[in-house]
Design a binder for this molecule. Structure first.
Ligand code: AHG
Ligand code: MN
Ligand code: MN
Length: 320
């Protein structure tokens, strides 16, 4: 068994990126301990505040955000950071090499029901000049690393630096993330999809038609029965896709015309797309590769369809 550090060194990851990844892992280690403490750690329940996106912040959203913000601000390699829970980008070290975007706590609605939550990180190269929102406006294909940590029955981390997707499990006795899978491969075919079915009537015709055909099962044109799962935390759903395949989507909908998409490009869709593509999967909006999108705002939202290659491509065929 190899630690995160041993693995990154063996794979020849440059020392600075390695140091940054270890900072991210340490944050997850601390958040994991708080999540495990539950009510005893005083982390359940909501705050009185809202984030810039108009969502009520849970206590753990704020705690995890502050913890990561402090750790990244103390890491000299970080030039600036952007978070779901920060209205604006936060400058850190003028001569830092990296910009880090993050979702400190993904799946906030799960925290009070003791269900899956996680953290998502995306690392971009820092351009010269000041840390403004413009510095972050790089397509996902520029990412130098992406990872998520899932605080489940075990705490796990999926990581890519552009050479495959690796899976680690946190050893609670030593605090080390141990390598458990060096080259994650998403099965190309699947009979499992993940979508919030309660929004069905608000989807576009393409998604309506795709899901309707899945639901027809063996008797329909797909000729096989499908299974459905929805964790309400993208980290949980993407972890299942990396573990056994599947299609995960949060499509465009008309439920709230002012908000046609749910998931955020910079700290949800892009890092997850990088991890999925590096494991042989596909990640698209339905009309274009997510990692090719030129971002315009730090908190912009996007439609997401990702997972098993052949199944995602079938879904994309419906989008024409
Ligand atoms: P967050 O908790 O960071 O706001 O993200 C929640 C996201 C995503 O993780 C999940 O897939 C989706 O919202 C769940 O949405 P529904 O509440 O519509 O199921
Ligand atoms: Mn999230
Ligand atoms: Mn979040």
């Amino acid at each position: 068994m190899h630690t995160l550090q041993e693995t990154l060194t063996r794979r020849g990851i440059d020392g600075e990126l390695q140091s940054l990844i270890e900072t991210l892992a340490n944050c997850a280690n601390e958040i994991s301990a708080l999540v495990r403490g539950g009510a005893l750690a005083g982390v359940l329940g909501a705050t009185e505040s809202e984030n810039v996106q108009g969502e009520t912040q849970k206590k753990l959203d704020v705690i995890a955000n502050d913890l990561i913000k402090d750790a990244l601000s103390a890491q000299p390699l970080v030039k600036g950071l952007a978070s779901e829970e920060e209205d604006h980008v936060v400058p850190a070290h003028a001569d830092g090499r990296f910009l880090v975007s993050f979702d400190p706590l993904d799946g906030s609605s799960n925290i009070d029901i003791n269900s899956l939550v996680g953290t998502i990180f995306s690392v971009l190269p820092a351009p010269a000049g000041d840390v403004t929102e413009a510095a972050f406006m790089q397509p996902g294909k520029n990412q130098v690393a992406a990872c998520y940590m899932l605080y489940g029955p075990a705490t796990v981390m999926a990581l890519t630096t552009g050479d495959g997707t690796l899976m680690f499990t946190l050893d609670p006795k030593t605090g080390d993330f141990m390598l458990v899978e060096e080259r994650v491969q998403i099965p190309e075919d699947t009979a499992e999809f993940a979508i919030n079915m309660s929004n069905q009537r608000f989807w576009q015709p393409a998604m309506q038609a795709y899901i309707a055909d899945c639901l027809k099962g063996k008797e329909g044109q797909r000729g096989k029965n499908f299974n459905m799962r929805w964790i309400a935390a993208m980290v949980g759903d993407v972890h299942r896709v990396l573990s056994r395949g599947g299609l995960f989507t949060y499509p465009q909908d008309t439920k709230n015309p002012a908000k046609p998409f749910k998931l955020r490009l910079m700290y949800e869709a892009n890092p997850m797309s990088f991890l999925v593509e590096q494991a042989g999967g596909v990640a698209s909006t339905g009309y274009e590769r997510i990692m090719a999108i030129q971002p315009e705002q730090i908190h912009q939202r996007v439609a997401v369809i990702l997972g098993s290659k052949n199944e995602v491509n079938t879904c994309l065929d419906y989008h024409g």
